[in-house]
Write a protein that binds this ligand. Structure first.
Ligand code: CTP
Ligand code: MG
Length: 228
């Protein structure tokens, strides 16, 4: 079967420090957001994309993709979770849904395939992630620049997107987490807090989230080498 995607794209890109939100910076003459949306729609099992855009955003409507028949725009919100919830309003509760950051234009189709396979495995949804490679230090609470201990890295992963869950469960988990004032930095954190299982599917480090200026050049490099 085919799946819908929610793409939160209503952030301001504070850490990037550019003159516009990072999803509108150009790579090979095309915005990061267009790269992300077109890459998702090129996947054979993706049906349509709901993209959450800041209602004040002056950039989106000027893009060619604004009129794409498989792209639906909704108003984003204050936090990422608000933007995702707005997008979920357009997705039927019984569907499985992918949520993917606008700022990750380099996700690979075969990694999406591996994630989508969770829908047939009856162990719940999950996320793309990569194992941590560096030695990880936990700082002391009292002295934030002093090591308290070394955290064993074999059980640590970097969470990426897409994140893939039953839409009804995800909506309930996000609403519950927000009502409780939990810090929800990704869909999985809301699902974990609500007691749902979250599977880790190993992805690729190419699937970086463009966050700081150096990341743009790296994404450009990855996109120049790829075929899908
Ligand atoms: N996002 C969103 N709505 C928000 C905040 C973020 O839709 N209120 C989106 C961003 O557009 C991005 C994704 O969530 O595609 C991941 O967020 P992040 O990388 O933190 O982007 P920004 O919040 O824009 O960046 P920063 O935190 O540096 O300001
Ligand atoms: Mg942010």
């Amino acid at each position: 079967s085919d799946f819908p995607v929610v793409v939160p794209a209503a952030g301001v890109g504070k850490r990037m420090g550019a003159d516009r939100p990072k999803q509108y910076l150009l790579i090979h003459g095309k915005t990061v957001l267009e790269h992300t949306l077109l890459l998702l729609l090129a996947h054979p099992r993706i049906r349509y994309v709901v993209v959450a855009i800041d209602p004040q955003d002056p950039y989106f409507d000027a893009l060619d993709i604004a009129d794409h028949p498989d792209i639906k725009r909704v108003d984003g919100g204050k936090e990422r979770a608000d933007s995702v919830l707005a997008g979920l309003q357009l997705i039927a509760d019984q569907d499985w849904v992918l949520v993917h950051d606008a700022a990750r234009p380099c996700v690979r189709h075969d990694d999406i395939d591996a994630l989508l396979a969770l829908a047939d495995q009856h162990n719940g949804g999950g996320i793309l992630a990569t194992p941590v490679r560096d030695t990880m230090k936990r700082a002391s609470e009292q002295f934030p620049d002093r090591v308290d201990h070394t955290a064993p890295r074999e059980h640590l992963w970097h969470a990426q997107t897409p994140q893939f869950f039953p839409a009804g469960q995800l909506r309930q988990a996000l609403e519950q987490g927000m009502a409780k004032g939990l810090p929800i930095t990704d869909e999985a954190s809301a699902m974990e807090a609500a007691g749902y299982p979250v599977q880790l599917v190993e992805g690729s480090e190419q699937n970086l989230k463009i966050t700081r200026p150096d990341d743009l050049a790296l994404a450009e490099y990855y996109l120049s080498r790829r075929t899908t």
